[in-house]
Design a binder for this molecule. Structure first.
Ligand code: ADP
Ligand code: MG
Ligand code: MG
Length: 251
């Protein structure tokens, strides 16, 4: 069953009108893991941000259907309530809000949307602790303000915790692997693999193949100049290693 259907998606930088996405086509079904790879500057982050409704970009053509609804019509917050999660390349600091409160609020917002009862702090902790263990995070992180004074590695780990807690239907991970050592990568993989059910899907955006050794995607897409120019299985990653992105190019 299709979860995300992207058809001929075109987008420009709002401020300058420069076209970055030049017709992206992609279908992600429930339960599937997809990876988008491509050279730096090919439009991978732009695509992820357009999906979550980042204001720097303006959609100029095409359509995005998420769970049967027009995603492009929704406010960013409603996209997240609808079950779309995105990890950001540079996550924001939220002064004055502790991590656990933030996670509890975000989780409850989603539960309200699903017409499920909200979890109070004690119930939420019971839900949260196994997740902390899953991503190898110390519990004192929970009392710190969101991302405030976190090291690069701690921010990443925090993103992974958010991913594990929110259990979104589609999690978009933009270079969640950048700057991570192998131990942290394995924790990312555990969190992602622990999240996968026959209904939940993951779209990983990466410049490197390393992550794909830990989280095996069924589909790998190569992006170039604002389009997906090739789709295959994990085998095309080996081809990529051997022959480079040039071998994929159609132009
Ligand atoms: P990738 O994630 O594949 O490295 P990006 O989506 O970050 O690629 O960028 C695609 C192209 O769009 C690059 O040439 C980048 O410089 C440009 N770009 C993206 N966002 C902006 C922006 N807000 N302002 C100016 N240029 C941008
Ligand atoms: Mg980049
Ligand atoms: Mg990028």
């Amino acid at each position: 069953k299709p979860l995300l259907e992207v058809k001929d998606l075109k987008a420009v930088i709002a401020e300058t009108g420069q076209e970055i996405l030049k017709g992206v086509n992609l279908v992600v079904n429930e339960g599937e893991v997809h990876a988008i790879m491509g050279k730096n500057g090919s439009g991978k982050s732009t695509f992820s941000k357009v999906l979550v409704g980042h204001p720097h970009y303006e959609v100029t053509g095409g359509s995005v259907i998420f769970k049967g609804e027009n995603l492009l019509d929704m406010e960013p917050e409603d996209r997240s309530l609808a079950g779309l999660f995105m990890s950001f390349q540079s996550p924001v600091e939220i002064p004055g809000v502790s991590n656990s409160d933030f996670l509890n609020m975000a989780y409850n917002a989603r539960r309200r949307k699903l017409a499920l009862p909200e979890l109070g702090p004690i119930e939420f902790y019971a839900y949260l602790f196994p997740k902390l263990e899953l991503v190898n995070m110390k519990s004192d992180f929970l009392n710190r303000n969101v991302n405030e004074g976190f090291s690069g590695g701690e921010r990443k780990r925090n993103e992974i915790l958010q991913l594990a807690v929110l259990e979104a239907d589609l999690s978009v991970l933009d270079e969640i692997d950048s700057g991570l050592d192998v131990d942290a990568l394995q924790d990312v993989a555990k969190a992602v693999n622990g999240l996968l059910t026959p209904k939940k899907s993951v779209l990983m955006v990466t410049h490197y193949r390393r992550l794909l050794e830990f989280i095996k995607p069924a589909f790998v897409h190569i992006m170039e100049d604002g389009r997906i120019i090739k789709t295959g299985d994990i085998e095309i990653v080996s081809l990529l290693e051997k022959e480079g992105y040039k071998a994929m190019s159609t132009s």
